[in-house]
Design a protein around this ligand. Sequence first.
Ligand SMILES: [Zn+2]
Length: 115
Amino acid sequence: MTKKCDKYEALFTFATDEEFQKHLLECEDCRREHEKMNRVSELITEVKPQFAERKDKYIHIKIACILCMVLFAGVTFQTADSRYRIVEQIVYGEQLTPEDLGFPTDSYGLIMVDE
Ligand SMILES: [Zn+2]
């Protein structure tokens, strides 16, 4: 029983093209391995355009999803901000009323002006 040659990966990766071709001529195991690799390589080349096409479709869907999320988040934030004054509270701290500022106000919190 002969041991199967295990140099294929090492030679394929590290050897020069000449050394690799020379070993392929000498070694039956590596020649078989190299034929298998060539078949896989041809298969990948054949299938590659279909994957690229599918990838493009996903990119359009992703962009559409991101735009929808941005629009939804914007509208939601706008609505929340108009109700809770989020930006004002971040910029000015606590929400200040005319009463806090020392102006005379009526029961609605509106500034009273004497005539
Ligand atoms: Zn070999």
